[in-house]
Structures are given as structure tokens and as C-alpha cells.
Design a protein around this ligand. Structure first.
Ligand SMILES: Nc1ncnc2c1ncn2[C@@H]1O[C@H](COP(=O)(O)OP(=O)(O)O)[C@@H](O)[C@H]1O
Ligand SMILES: [Mg+2]
Length: 405
């Protein structure tokens, strides 16, 4: 592992070096970890002390056992947020399910035990380090604003479909919206299934994928437009390109925000539009995707628990400084029958709905057939509502193109 001066900015011509920082409160354990990992490791007592010393070059933070508590991991989560240059592994006293879950939810990439083989820790550091990228600005959100349309060599528009509640209709909306966009756009349109554990886009579209996101991640260093294009499946009826979720939920842990963001950035180089389906919770992957998106469709089912969760989701997005212009509220199953007043919901959430999707039995029918409802029932109210949503997205695309001149 290369020695690294945390205070020195590296000249861009030098190959990227991997720095390693140990964070452990108890001195004896800290020294033990330092010695095991060898020269070039810098140690800190607290995670808060590490960040101010970073200069944007990749750093792997090795969290010692004192970092296993929920409190410290919450701080770790805040610190790692939006940092493609920083990756963390936790070396815990013992591997319990609780610690494992807490750590992975905080964005930690791997958890090992202090008693285990040092070689395993070194390998984990190298694996995490290989997925990091240099941070050039204050974070991915500050990347240059996207231009639209691959025809002029610009970047495709990225739309993330998100909701803080499972079953709210993200996947059906993402698939049907992507199909409509694919049939309209000049260039390719790609649907990415970023519900890494339980993604069901492939099933909803009756695809039998040969490749998934796992293949894209395993060649992340070499990933360019032609390699990525060769990994996509095609939905024959619409021409939509699809990057499916891993086939095994266990693979999800290997995929971090930096990798997902890189995949989307390569996709938008050759696609007119990239639509992303997500899981029903915030994690570092979702946050990274929200940051690179032009539109974030927040899907809310029309019942009180859904609205409560969307309210919390909106607050979280605001706390994370997500520009509110990106957000579009989509009310799903918005019929008079559900007896929840749309105006009231909008007032509660302080956001106006951009789309009202009715509840319709053709939706579960089409899901079970594996045919998007915009194809199986093009005249249904749900299909019309999704086409109207696609109009709004393409209108605002044209609008931003006009503004750019
Ligand atoms: N507008 C709707 N009308 C009827 N059923 C719907 C509607 N939207 C979603 N559903 C049903 O709800 C279930 C969950 O939808 P899904 O898209 O998988 O949710 P999520 O991806 O948010 O977990 C699906 O079986 C789908 O058929
Ligand atoms: Mg889903």
C-alpha cells in the first residue's frame, strides 16, 4: 500500500495512489491495526478527524472495533455520503448480524473480524480501493450540468424513480415510462434496475438476462460505452435497453455508489434517456443516483402510511440539499375510490403532484404477464397517465435545451 501525505495535493500526472486511514479510539487496538497493515497507514481517533485531511484522492478508511456502534456508524454514513473518493471497511470484534446490517446500511463496504487473517483485511482494502474514484469538485452534485440528447454528443437525461415505501409502484412506473420513452427517443433509452437485492424489472418485462449490473461492476475499471452496451439486454417489443439487477441478492453488497454512478455516467454518454428503478430505502447507492439525476420521480401511493413515508423522504432529500426543482411527485392509485383528497395530500407534502396515476386492475395483470401495460392495454387510463408523464419529462428536456441555446 502506498504511503500518502494527507495534506499534499497530488500532481495529476502521477498514478492514483491508495491511501489508508485507520480510525480507532482505543490506542492499543489502533497501534495493533497500524502494525498489521504496515507502513503508509495514517491513524485517527475519530472519523470526523479524517475528512478535513482529504484532498480528493482515493482513501480507504479502516474502521476499528470502537466504530461498531450505531452512533459512530451514523457519523460514518454522513461522512461517506457523496464521497466517491472514500470507501470504508469495518474491522469488528465479532461478526453479528446487527453489526453487519448497521455497517452495510451506513455505506461500509465490507466487515471483517479483528481476530481474522490480516491478509483478508488487506484484500478488502484493495477491493474497496479499486472501486473508488478521484473527487474533482465538492461532490457528484457539483458535476457539470448535463446537456441533453446524444445526437449532439451531449449527455442523456437521467430520471430516477424513487419512493420510501415498498409496493408503491416504482417498478411498474419505471418500466412503463422507460418503454414509452424508448419508443419516442431518437437515441437508445436504458432502464437500470438499481433495486440491487430484489430487483424485478427483468421479470416484469419477461427478459432472461445473460448479464447484470454485477458484470458491469466487475469490469468497472475498463467500463466504456461499447463494453457496457454489450452487457445490456433488449426488450424486443420496444427496443428498450435494460441493465438488470443482480440475480442473487447477496451480490448487492459488492456494489457501491461510486460504481453505480459510473455506470450511469457511461450510459448517458450514448443513451438519450436513462431511467433508474430503486429500492424502497435510502442508502449510499440511491443517494449517489439521486445526485446525478436530472429528475427524481417520488412515487407515493394514496394511503396515509405512504404519504407519511414520502414526507420523511422529502425531508431527508431536503436535508441532503437535493435541489427541489429535480423532484416530481407522482401520486399512484389516485382515484376517488381511495377517499384521500389529492389537494390535501399536496398541502401536507407542500409539493404539487406532477402526475396522477389511477389504480387499475390491468397493472397487476400486465405484471403477471410480463408485458408492460402501455403495450398490453395502451388505451387504459394508466397507460394514458404514463404517456402524459413522459410528455412532461420530454417537454422539460426540450425546455432546458432551448435555454442552453
Ligand atoms: N396504479 C396501479 N394500479 C393497480 N395496481 C398497481 C398500481 N401500481 C402498482 N400496482 C401494483 O402494486 C404492486 C407493487 O408495484 P411495484 O411497482 O412492484 O412497487 P415497488 O417497485 O414500488 O415496490 C404490483 O403488483 C403492481 O401490480
Ligand atoms: Mg420495485
Amino acid at each position: 500500500m502506498a504511503a500518502f501525505d494527507f495534506n499534499e495535493t497530488q500532481p495529476p500526472s502521477q498514478p492514483v495512489q491508495l491511501a489508508v486511514a485507520v480510525v480507532e479510539e482505543i490506542a492499543a487496538v489502533r497501534v495493533d491495526l497500524e502494525e498489521r497493515l504496515g507502513p503508509g497507514v495514517t491513524s485517527f481517533e475519530r472519523i470526523e478527524d479524517v475528512l478535513p485531511r482529504l484532498n480528493g484522492s482515493p482513501v480507504v478508511v479502516v474502521l476499528g472495533p470502537s466504530c461498531s456502534s450505531a452512533d459512530v456508524l451514523a457519523t460514518v454514513e454522513r461522512s461517506l455520503n457523496g464521497r466517491p473518493d472514500v470507501g470504508a471497511v469495518l474491522v469488528a470484534d465479532e461478526l453479528s448480524t446487527t453489526v453487519l446490517q448497521l455497517a452495510l446500511r451506513s455505506g461500509v463496504k465490507d466487515v471483517l473480524t479483528l481476530q481474522g487473517d490480516t491478509l483478508q483485511i488487506v484484500e478488502a482494502i484493495e477491493r474497496v480501493g479499486s472501486g473508488l474514484s478521484t473527487r474533482t469538485g465538492p461532490g457528484p452534485a457539483a458535476a457539470a450540468p448535463a446537456t441533453i440528447g446524444s445526437d449532439d454528443g451531449g449527455l442523456g437525461r437521467v430520471t430516477t424513480v424513487f419512493s420510501t415505501k415498498g409496493g408503491s409502484g416504482k417498478s411498474v412506473l419505471a418500466t412503463n415510462l422507460a418503454v414509452v420513452l424508448a419508443e419516442r427517443a431518437e437515441g437508445p433509452v436504458c432502464l437500470v434496475d438499481a433495486d440491487l437485492q430484489f430487483g424485478d424489472v427483468a421479470v416484469m418485462m419477461k427478459l432472461a438476462p445473460t448479464h447484470t449490473i454485477v458484470d458491469a461492476v466487475s469490469s468497472i475499471e475498463q467500463l466504456d460505452t461499447s463494453l457496457l452496451e454489450s452487457l445490456l439486454s433488449t426488450h424486443q417489443a420496444s427496443g428498450l435497453r435494460v441493465l438488470p439487477a443482480p440475480l442473487e441478492p447477496a451480490f448487492a453488497d459488492q456494489i457501491g455508489a461510486a460504481e453505480m454512478v459510473k455506470i450511469v455516467e457511461v450510459l448517458r454518454r450514448f443513451c438519450s434517456h436513462v431511467v433508474i428503478d430503486t429500492p424502497a430505502y435510502f442508502n449510499d447507492v440511491v443517494l449517489g443516483l439521486v445526485e446525478v439525476s436530472d429528475d427524481v420521480l417520488l412515487v407515493a401511493g394514496m394511503d396515509i402510511p405512504n404519504i407519511k413515508n414520502v414526507k420523511i423522504g422529502l425531508q431527508t432529500l431536503r436535508l441532503l440539499n437535493t435541489p427541489m426543482e429535480k423532484l416530481r411527485l407522482i401520486l399512484n392509485r389516485a382515484n376517488s375510490k381511495v377517499k384521500l383528497d389529492i389537494g390535501g395530500v399536496e398541502r401536507t407534502l407542500q409539493v404539487t403532484a406532477d402526475a396522477l396515476i389511477p389504480s387499475d386492475v390491468v397493472v397487476p395483470q400486465s405484471v403477471n404477464k410480463g408485458v408492460p401495460f402501455v403495450h398490453s392495454h395502451p388505451k387504459s387510463g394508466v397507460a394514458k397517465a404514463v404517456r402524459a408523464l413522459a410528455d412532461k419529462l420530454t417537454d422539460s428536456e426540450a425546455e432546458s435545451r432551448r435555454k442552453r441555446g
